[in-house]
Design a protein around this ligand. Structure first.
Ligand code: GLC
Length: 741
């Protein structure tokens, strides 16, 4: 539709209709049964008429369902303005990829862009038009459950992934393909104090701009259509009512003209924050901060009309918000075709296709991080006899908490995948124990007693399973133990203070280790776990994350050597939880344990633990052996309008070919604002054949040296710099250069 016609539509709309476009409700509200006098509508205090004026719906997916709802909805719409279908499609719809923390470990944004294109195709055919993804929050604290959804702790790497995921979702959006992306949670949600969900965030504007905003900005520059405000306060002001953040930064400084949506009931929560005295004031504050859509609260639907009629709110602000909503609906072609991609036949052909599964397997292969491989135990010989032990040995639940629409029974278990590789007589399987044995915690997740009974092994069964595990281990050459977090222990509202493996899993590992068998530990988790108390009991460790639909196949690919693991951590694994938040690009402090001249006590350290993590950012092993040498720069001094070339030689000292992620870090030695000991500024993924030697070249320019100074100018300062190139953030070669004044 021409914008002129769209503008006329806006002018023709009643105030109720306009306000309706600023409301989003979940699917159950649209239950057409008139005598639903209780339930969601009553709880929220809104009428059926108001429901059918709401401009968008949350988490209704499926060609048939969306088609039916749109058809019914349009009957109630005075101006036939189509309903917008939005949903949490975070890392896959039916074909589910590894969690984003695993995707971050691929260090391959272009591969991930393809994954998001595939997801958009599934979502499009299922009648979805907007996804609340990617989550682009930078994370430092593994206690926070939502690190699952992030690509990690580095601003540069996160920015590359943010842009690639948005482009993947929105490819050909204007040509009636793809879906609109809604990034979240704006802003700095990943910095919640103590890693506790929905907690406060407080930091300098300088740090916010230096570390936390870049990935959102990269998404805006990539053309993201929508942004979701975060639950948290930022320096005392809830993001949902934060005019400085939403209006000044996002809209005015960055030029974002898309839709701003609140998080779930977050406008209403401005009262609970103590920021608004009433729901009416909350609605006013949110509109003035330019939040266009109220997700699942009654603030806008019940308060905006009276605010306008009492002259407390300028109707132009409503018109601006509604205009942005209508523009997106128009861009998606909904006025011409309200059903867009929703087509059962296409949907059936689009979901979980072999090609999409193959890509999911490739992403899962590349997301796996090999953390330990003592005496090159891995890869296993396909003729060895293997005991596959642990609660994840034959478990379909490999998708993670946010695979809202995923189908667990479609995921390939580790046992299924192993059975395709080794003969059955060489494979014995035993669950050994429960993933989570804490009935109180499970009840705390709202699970019923009967569902918990179905989930948990009884004491007798546990004994039997334990004996089965011991005897399986005894008769095998090697043991593969599949352990980890329960799905409900990570993701939203999954903050934990103890991020070690649960007692019963550790006990099983110790019991098997006491048999003197070689053990490969396969971890299924939504976060970096503390492995310090098991790492010495096992010979090899693979972090598989929640690996998605093809998780079992990917784990088998790596364990038996069909894939040479190339994953590199995008988030630090702590030595213990007391170190959190811990991340690689910290400041050196005045008393670094590496350089301080003070006596051993009086340095920046713990007296009961090391300051170094168990596994650092960028870390991961492979079956090949990369030897780095000859780091050189073509000149040691350059001015801001020049650049320098850095070269490094890498030899693959093995007969395995594989992917090597060559990482480049820079340290500004002296600056008006102290800079981190290392900042990732570039990386290259190269494919090395067996015994191949390659020279890799990087270009270094002034852009890589910029930071926010005390005036919040983004500048580079002349002076000395260190250049590091290596296989992770610790294991690097070093040289230096100077930026001339
Ligand atoms: C949740 C999450 C957000 C999600 C939204 C809709 O509370 O914070 O990430 O998109 O509600 O489900």
């Amino acid at each position: 539709m021409e914008n002129s016609k769209l503008k006329k539509l806006l002018d023709d709309m009643s105030l109720e209709e306009k306000i309706g476009q600023m409301v989003q409700l979940s699917g159950e509200f649209f239950n057409n049964d008139d005598n639903v006098v209780t339930g969601p509508r009553k709880k929220l205090g809104i009428s059926k008429k108001q429901v059918f004026l709401a401009g968008s719906v949350l988490n209704v997916v499926g060609a048939k369902k969306t088609h039916q709802l749109q058809e019914e909805y349009l009957k109630h719409s005075p101006h036939k303005i189509p309903l917008l279908f939005m949903s949490d499609i975070i890392y896959g719809l039916k074909t589910v990829y590894p969690i984003p923390l695993g995707m971050g470990a691929t260090w391959n944004p272009s591969l991930i862009e393809k994954a998001y294109q595939n997801t958009a195709a599934e979502a499009y055919a299922s009648g979805n038009q907007v996804s609340f993804a990617p989550m682009v929050d930078l994370v430092h604290d593994a206690r926070w459950g939502r690190v699952l959804e992030s690509t990690g702790e580095d601003p540069y790497l996160n920015s590359l992934f943010a842009a690639s995921m948005v482009k993947g979702f929105q490819k050909d959006l204007g040509k009636n393909r793809g879906i609109a992306s809604c990034i979240k949670h704006f802003a700095a949600y990943g910095a919640v104090e103590s890693g506790r969900e929905y907690n406060s965030v407080d930091m300098s504007e300088r740090r916010l701009k230096q570390e936390y905003l870049p990935s959102y900005k990269a998404a805006v520059d990539a053309g993201v259509e929508m942004v979701m405000a975060s639950f948290n306060t930022l320096n005392g002001i809830p993001a949902t009512g934060n005019k400085w953040l939403l209006k000044n930064i996002l809209r005015e400084e960055w030029g974002f003209n898309g839709i701003l949506i609140s998080d779930y009931a977050a406008i209403n929560e401005l009262v609970a924050h103590g920021f608004a005295e009433s729901q009416q004031q909350a609605a006013k504050l949110a509109v003035e901060a330019t939040v266009d859509i109220d997700m699942q609260s009654s603030a806008y639907v019940n308060e905006l009309k009276s605010l306008i009629e009492n002259g407390l709110l300028n109707v132009e602000k409503i018109n601006d918000a509604v205009w942005r909503v209508l523009l997106l609906k128009n861009k998606l072609g909904l006025f011409e075709d309200p059903y867009r991609g929703a087509n059962e036949k296409i949907e059936e052909k689009s979901l979980l296709t072999p090609k999409k599964r193959q890509l999911a397997r490739e992403v899962a292969d590349k997301a796996i991080v090999l953390l330990k491989n003592k005496d090159d135990l891995l890869p296993l010989n396909k003729h060895s006899s293997v005991a596959l032990i642990g609660p994840y040995a034959d478990e379909h639940e490999l998708l993670g908490l946010w695979a809202v629409h995923g189908d667990r029974k479609e995921s390939v278990t580790i046992n299924q995948a192993f059975s395709e590789v080794i003969e059955s007589k060489h494979l014995s399987v035993a669950k050994g124990t429960n993933i989570l044995d804490d009935r109180t915690m499970l009840k705390g997740f709202g699970l019923s007693d009967e569902s918990i009974d179905k989930m948990l092994l009884t004491d007798t069964q546990k004994e039997t399973e334990h004996e089965k595990a011991i005897s399986a281990a005894k008769k095998s050459d090697v043991v593969v133990m599949a352990v980890g977090e329960h799905t409900l222990e990570s993701g939203e509202a999954g903050s934990r203070t103890d991020i070690t493996l649960p007692y019963q899993q550790k006990q099983l590992i110790h019991d098997i280790a006491n048999l003197g068998k070689k053990i490969v530990l396969v971890l299924i988790s939504g976060r970096p776990l503390v492995l310090t108390d098991v790492i010495n009991d096992v010979d090899a460790v693979i972090e598989a994350w929640f690996p998605g639909t093809e998780g079992g196949h990917a784990i088998a690919d790596v364990v038996f050597g069909d894939v040479n693991p190339s994953g590199r951590l995008s988030m630090t694994f702590p030595y213990n939880v007391g170190q959190e938040p811990i991340y690689y690009n910290e400041l050196s402090t005045g008393r670094s344990v590496k350089t301080s001249k003070h006596s051993s006590r009086f340095m920046s350290r713990y007296i009961d633990a090391p300051v170094t993590p168990l596994f650092p950012f960028g870390y991961g092993l492979s079956y090949h052996r990369a030897i780095y040498s000859n780091l050189n720069v073509n000149k040691n001094k350059f001015s801001s309008d020049e650049s320098i070339k850095a070269t490094v030689d890498i030899e693959n000292n093995s007969y395995y070919s594989g992917i090597e992620t060559v990482q480049l870090y820079i340290q500004d030695m002296f600056a008006s604002v102290v800079q981190p000991e290392k900042n990732l500024k570039a990386f290259q993924q190269i494919y090395l054949s067996a015994h191949e030697k390659r020279r890799v070249t990087f270009t270094i320019n002034v852009e890589m040296l910029k930071f926010y100074n005390t005036n919040l100018d983004y500048i580079a300062e002349p002076g000395d710099f260190k250049l590091y190139i290596g296989k992770n953030s610790q294991d690097v070669l070093e040289t230096n250069f100077t930026l001339l004044g």
